[in-house]
Design a binder for this molecule. Structure first.
Ligand code: SF4
Length: 561
């Protein structure tokens, strides 16, 4: 029998995710945690990080790294109240680095929180009915859901289902409440009825998508539900399993994979089906090699048909055949949109998902004023942007005025700038090999200029950058994916499609910025000259054989719409 991985040992010995976390937090001589606790704290939604910009200087001064923590909020469907928004905004100033990070999985991250501030921060969140439970680690993480702003009843139903999934898969342990919120331990401990004592073999991501918009990147998720509707009525969901983005450079046994569509279920079966998939992964996932532990590898190892048979067996009945659906869009719908119930949505572009006051553009202040003055809710999008939702018609002009007064009036951005994504990467992500979020604002305008030179300024080209192959900004589903290889060097991947159904492929390795721009210059020139009418850049690079059209990992299996 293969040896269990070190993280499995830590989880098994953790006494319900408690470990020595309480002691670690009170361990004054260091700003960091004990080694095992660094793993355990992830399952409470927190990562220990250090400022890599300071690492070398501190090492030379014989100081420990500049440790701080990232807190990721559990926020199903990305929706919060104005009071919750104001709480997070205040915490960003009081205990964070002065910014709010909006993530590709529809939630907030507070970065730069020191160890002593973890408890006060989580306690303030708790008072606002927010938590970070299971936002990271080997559990079902924040459940995300797509947007249907013009179908309010459906939107409400999808949000309710995202909340139900999130709550259903919360760990039973009270460790978070005891360690961070000061709750008493209840004698006898708690069994974990769904996860068991060692939780899942690896992280697990769940999504609800609403055709025709694939804003959630359905196929990048371990577990996906596609809403099948008749008008505004939800009939049920198509089930997708086995998507995942992370790889390791130079290790072909690791690969990105698009999720496979397995069948249809009535909406009432959402939780039993989800639980059957989660427990199959719990029981069959690889617990010896974390690089092979995601559901995508379990699915490929078992085979789709066998996995489906096991799933049907657990359910006691067979899934129905998948129903037809089709995606035609992917990015967020910016600007004002009528919500069909007399209310409005306003979606704002937040580049790199980073919300701060910077010079004349005081986005955080603008949103603080909006959340303080108006009756609405806020929704973080899966593309790191922000929607103001449930806005009264009578408030629209005043909200526009607040944005304008803070230098944040929505601007006409090119499609490339509007939809580009970047992960956090340096200086805080411990896995980053290259810049991403900090590089995007300089790099994207240069790509924009190239497109303009070739008469392509109005074309939509999906650009996504990550600092490592872990793929948090889902770069393997981009038309242009840039994946950090070393400082200033990136692998260039091409050939994804516009709606996120097809993986891209490696085109050139380890390029610096001038080399990337030179490659894109000649590729855009060819695209402008040789493209078929309306042909997207990713489709063009595939059709012309610039990148390999054959993928070892199959496209989603489904009926045509
Ligand atoms: Fe960090 Fe890599 Fe994720 Fe970027 S993709 S945030 S560098 S782990």
């Amino acid at each position: 029998m293969a040896t269990l991985s070190e993280v499995e040992r830590i989880k098994a010995a953790s006494d319900g995710l408690r470990g020595s976390l309480a002691l670690s937090l009170d361990d004054a001589p260091t700003a960091g945690l004990r080694e095992d606790d660094q793993q355990l704290i992830k399952l409470h939604g927190i990562y220990q990080q250090d400022d890599r910009d300071q690492r070398e200087a501190r090492r030379q001064r014989k100081l420990e790294p500049a440790y701080s923590f990232m807190i990721r909020v559990r926020l199903p469907a990305g929706i919060c109240s104005t009071g919750q928004w104001l709480t997070m905004d205040a915490l960003a100033s009081e205990h964070g680095d002065g910014s709010l990070k909006l993530t590709t999985r529809q939630t907030f991250e507070l970065q730069g929180v020191i160890k002593e501030s973890l408890r006060p921060t989580l306690q303030a969140m708790d008072r606002a009915l927010l938590d970070a439970i299971a936002a990271c680690g080997d559990v079902n993480r924040n459940v995300i859901a797509g947007a249907a702003p013009d179908r309010p009843a459906l939107q409400a139903r999808l949000q309710a289902d995202a909340v139900a999934l999130s709550e259903h898969f919360l760990p039973a342990t009270r460790a978070y409440h005891e360690i961070f919120l000061g709750a008493e331990r209840v004698a006898g401990g708690e069994p974990e009825p769904i996860y068991g004592p060692t939780y899942l073999p690896r992280k697990f991501k769940t999504v609800i998508a609403v055709p025709p918009r694939n804003d959630v990147d359905l196929y990048a998720h371990d577990l996906g539900f596609v809403a099948i509707c008749e008008g505004d009525e939800l009939l049920g969901y198509n089930l997708c399993v086995g998507g995942g983005m992370g790889t390791s450079h130079g290790e072909p046994s690791t690969y990105p994979r698009v999720a496979t569509v397995l069948g249809f279920l009535p909406a009432t079966q959402l939780l039993p089906v989800a639980e059957a998939v989660v427990t199959l992964q719990r029981d069959h996932g690889d617990r010896s090699n974390r690089k092979q532990a995601r559901l995508k590898y379990t699915l490929d190892r078992l085979g789709t048909d066998h996995f489906l048979a096991l799933l049907n067996e657990r359910l006691g009945e067979a899934l129905q055949p998948a129903r037809p659906y089709a995606f035609s869009e992917r990015g967020d719908a910016f600007g004002w949109q009528a919500a069909g119930d007399g209310r409005w949505w306003l979606t704002l572009r937040i580049e790199g998902g980073r919300l701060r006051d910077a010079g004349e553009q005081r986005a955080r202040s603008a949103l603080r004023e909006i959340a303080s003055r108006f009756d609405l809710r806020l929704r973080i999008t899966p593309n790191q942007n922000l929607s103001l939702i449930d806005v009264r018609d009578t408030d629209r002009a005043a909200i526009d005025a607040v944005l304008e007064g803070h230098g944040c009036a929505p601007q006409a951005l090119s499609p490339l700038r509007r939809d580009a994504l970047a992960c956090v990467a340096l200086p805080l992500c411990p896995l980053a090999m290259a810049e991403a979020e900090r590089w995007l604002p300089q790099f994207a305008p240069r790509v924009e200029a190239l497109l303009a030179q070739h008469g392509l300024a109005d074309e939509s080209v999906g650009l996504r950058i990550t600092g490592c192959p872990n793929g948090c900004a889902r770069p393997y589903l981009a038309e242009i994916g840039l994946i950090g290889k070393a400082p200033g060097r990136y692998n260039l991947l091409l050939g994804g499609d516009r709606v996120g159904e097809r993986l891209n492929a490696l085109y050139r390795e380890s390029l610096d910025e001038p080399a990337i721009l030179a490659e894109l210059d000649q590729l855009f020139g060819r695209w402008a000259a040789e493209r078929h009418s309306g042909e997207g850049f990713g489709d063009f690079t595939r059709r012309t054989g610039l990148v390999d059209g054959s993928s070892p990992h199959p496209a989603p299996r489904r009926e045509p719409a």
